[in-house]
Design a protein around this ligand. Structure first.
Ligand SMILES: *Cc1c(COP(=O)(O)O)cnc(C)c1O
Length: 480
């Protein structure tokens, strides 16, 4: 491949030069975003215009400009005014682990295709299991996202709790899963993918604070069972996505035990609070779960995408996708940790374990303790600020770093307020100084902030509120 373009594609010199330039560029980007020196969190562009730009760039753009253009034309999670969706402002060291994973490209389905990462994954998942409080038989895996991890856990639950060999024979009865109506939509999606249909998801109503009303568990269960639904699993949210409300895991655990249900904890967002000395009480009862999901790319400072799925008994993980009919946990079954691909949906996956390990190795668990505690504290401060100002109304007191509120001004009715808050959010998006999102709760439109960024301070949030008030006053004139 002497003169070929393929040879160029593998040029060591190009790699070194481009790489060094890029690291300098990213360092500058990192500096400008975290300091807030870049005025904007995102430079909004209409989708069609963005599409045209990139079509044209492929033909006419200069190669050297590629990375700069990407940096300019995206959302900057490191900007302290980024208070939008739940992805982390990744710790820079994990950019380096991502790069190593990309170059080595070990697929990890079998041990030979990733010896170091297979062992590292076991070290990491074992340490999270210990933090949860699981004893002796625990084990886990890493997979591509909370959505996939929740589906995997529920398949494990089905395998463990249902005697019939559904994998091979299909269903002969209607099965069901219980979950709070406020749970992330991926639970609903998992139930549908599993072929349980709409009747297979039993939605437990929430309380005023949007957490599961566990007092209603017995009646929901009874009603579903009377319809012939065989319930085999229950999911607790830790917390749910829209409002960040933690379900009472102890209450759910008791119920699960009484009814012999698999107890799964969806801690995609806030499972990380097990590391917070101040806030780990929110997860009391998690030790009684059969499985737990925690996203690395949300509250654990990692880049997308890496999720830990932890099991109280590792043999359940090994049987999820097992095609053999007989399934009994046996004491002498070997721990098959070296064959990651048997336990995950993915055949090939990235060496995602390195992000967890590198953070633990360089900074220890303390980095997660500090981060989660800081962000949850900040939400409490933000709540205090909001409560002092009669222009705003909170959806509920925050239990985590997710906080929903709306501008109410003084004179508008609810339908107008919905329009108004939607319009405020749209203006903020187009302006791009701040990035926040929105959600509808009980028919009311709320502005929603997830405080994901360790550079965000209460001053930034006060400035956000000033902007919202100015917009609210101005925009409400058109709505009267
Ligand atoms: C984000 C989230 C998910 C989905 O996780 P992904 O990693 O985005 O697939 C599931 N459950 C909860 C509670 C979440 O917050």
């Amino acid at each position: 491949m002497d003169k070929s373009i393929l040879k160029k594609a593998y040029s060591q010199q190009d790699f070194n030069e481009n790489g060094n330039r890029l690291i300098d560029k990213l360092t500058q980007h990192f500096k400008n975003t975290t300091s807030g020196k870049n005025l904007k969190t995102l430079s909004w562009n209409e989708p069609e215009k963005e599409l045209t730009f990139w079509k044209d760039f492929l033909k006419n753009g200069a190669k050297e400009d590629f990375f700069s253009e990407v940096l300019k034309r995206t959302t900057h999670t490191h900007h302290p005014k980024y208070v939008g969706h739940q992805v982390s402002a990744a710790a820079p060291i994990t950019t380096l682990s991502a790069m190593v994973s990309a170059l080595l490209n070990n697929g990890m389905a079998v041990y030979e295709m990733g010896m170091a990462p297979s062992a590292i994954e076991k070290v990491v998942t074992d340490s999270i299991c210990q933090k949860i409080g699981y004893k002796a038989d625990y084990g886990g895996l890493l997979t591509s996202g909370g959505t996939l991890a929740n589906l995997t856990a529920l398949l494990s639950a089905r395998r463990a709790k249902i005697k019939r060999d559904i994998w091979n024979e299909g269903y002969s009865e209607q099965l069901g899963i219980m979950v709070c109506e406020q749970a992330h939509y991926c639970i609903d999606r998992a139930v549908k993918i599993m072929g349980l249909g709409e009747q297979g998801i039993i939605k437990v109503p929430s309380k005023d604070n949007f957490a599961m009303d566990t007092a209603q568990l017995p009646s929901c269960y009874k009603e579903a069972t009377a319809k012939g639904i065989h319930i085999f699993a229950i999911v607790g949210s830790a917390p749910s996505t829209a409002t960040g409300a933690y379900d009472d895991l102890n209450a759910i655990a008791d119920f699960a035990k009484e009814k012999n249900l698999w107890f799964h904890v969806d801690g995609a967002h806030g499972g990380a609070a097990i590391y917070s000395n101040k806030y780990n009480y929110l997860l009391e009862g998690i030790v009684h779960s059969d499985s737990v999901v925690i996203d690395g790319h949300k509250m654990m400072l990692m880049p997308t995408i890496t999720t830990a799925l932890l099991f109280k008994n590792k043999l359940h993980a090994q049987h999820t996708f097992n095609q053999k009919a007989d399934y009994l946990l046996s004491e002498d079954e070997e721990d098959d940790w070296i064959n990651s691909g048997k336990k995950t949906f993915e055949c090939t996956k990235t060496m995602m374990c390195m992000h967890w390990y590198v953070l633990l190795k360089f900074y220890g668990e303390q980095v997660f303790n500090e981060f989660v505690t800081r962000q949850y504290d900040l939400a409490k401060d933000f709540e205090k600020t909001l409560l002092k100002d009669s222009n705003f109304e909170l959806a509920t007191s925050p239990m985590s770093n997710i906080l929903c509120f709306r501008y109410i001004g003084n004179t508008l009715d609810d339908s107008k307020l919905n329009q108004l808050n939607t319009a405020i959010r749209q203006e903020l998006l187009v302006e791009g100084e701040f990035y926040l999102v929105q959600t509808k709760l009980n028919g009311k439109q709320y502005l929603r902030t997830s405080l994901m960024n360790p550079f965000t301070t209460i001053d930034h949030l006060e400035r956000l509120l000033e902007k919202i008030k100015a917009k609210g006053r101005h925009l409400s004139k058109n709505l009267r």
